[in-house]
Design a binder for this molecule. Structure first.
Ligand code: NCD
Length: 316
């Protein structure tokens, strides 16, 4: 049985295959409408979420399966003091696969140890968010036409942003990548990622404090929200929250083929006027999140598209 806890749990080849399936789903998702008939996905969300939880549920429903679960710990036995280990043992009796989001780093890993069903990490604290990374990789690959030789700017809360941590870990496996880390001093990328992932792989990078100074170099600009819920004090949050606001004026020096990504939700970091710029990719990215999660559920359940539904020349 496989789980997806860390972005590196799948090999590069497996990620490539998964993205191929996700592309095939994007071309016509209705061919996949019966693949998970009779299967159940449990969503165990101990922390708020809109996109991730609903995109998992939409993914399972698109595959013809059903969903159950809870959207906050207050509405489950967790409120009575149940451990993650016990919860997952019980959920294993009710569902075939589960997606778990938890404020504590490592909670989905603990769950996987006790689970009788595949566990997907849907975000653990400020640590990792591997399914957002698959979504990001799919969007980058579709937009840029490749997953190598790209200059990727990551902007905002690089300290607490788990999507950034997972994405860097994954992109570090591809050739010719260059990272531009854009953040205020206080929200710089944690040392363990800068040293153990970027430096250890000999990947060129630089750290800057403004997006204007690097805009013309970027192929991808990955914007992030300042993670209010992970700050120790509100004053620091208020001081830092509007450090970066991407608007049309700042985009004027960017490459025409730049793609702007954001895992969403956005607060103020991208002005609404950017939404209709062809370089804005974040809503498309949210859509890709459903396709990639469909492909992931199929992979972890060991299911493939029945031959009669495959189009000629498709990979499935
Ligand atoms: C991200 C998360 O939960 O880490 N959102 C998401 O999954 N789409 C980013 C965020 O909350 O800022």
């Amino acid at each position: 049985m496989r789980h997806l806890i860390d972005p590196l749990d799948f090999s590069k080849e497996e990620v490539g295959e998964l993205l191929d399936v996700a592309d095939d789903i994007a071309a016509d998702r209705f061919r996949y409408g019966e693949v998970c008939r009779g299967k159940k996905l449990a969503t165990l969300f101990y922390e708020p979420s809109t996109r991730t939880r609903l995109s998992f549920e939409a993914a399972m429903l698109n595959l013809g399966g059903s969903v159950l679960g809870f959207a906050s710990p207050d509405s489950s036995s967790v409120a009575k003091g149940e451990s993650v280990a016990d919860t997952i043992r019980v959920i294993s009796c009710y569902a075939d696969i589960c997606a778990m989001r938890h404020p504590k780093e490592g909670a989905p890993l603990v769950a996987a140890r006790y689970s009788g069903i595949p566990v997907i990490n849907a975000g653990d604290g400020g640590h990792q968010h591997p399914t957002q990374t698959l979504t990001d990789l799919m969007t980058i690959r579709r937009r840029a036409g490749r997953l190598h030789h790209l200059t990727i700017g990551l902007c905002g809360d690089l300290k607490f942003g788990r999507t950034v941590h997972s994405l860097i870990k994954s992109l570090a496996r591809y050739e010719g990548m260059r990272f531009v880390l854009i953040s205020p001093e206080e929200l710089r990328l944690p040392d363990y990622i800068r040293d153990e992932v970027i430096k250890a792989n000999g990947i060129p990078f630089k750290e800057v404090e403004t997006m204007e100074e690097v805009m013309p170099e970027l192929d991808i600009l990955y914007m992030t929200r300042v993670q209010r819920e992970r700050f120790f004090n509100e004053e620091d949050y208020i001081r830092l929250k509007d450090t970066y606001v991407l608007d049309k004026y700042k985009l004027r020096t960017a490459k025409p083929e730049l793609s702007v990504l954001h895992p969403l939700p956005r607060v103020n970091e991208i002005a609404g006027e950017v939404d209709d710029d062809p370089r804005a990719a974040y809503f498309e990215q949210a859509q890709n999140g459903v396709y990639v999660r469909m492909a992931l559920i199929m992979k972890l359940l060991g299911l493939t598209l029945p031959a009669e539904n495959a189009k000629e020349g498709t990979v499935c």
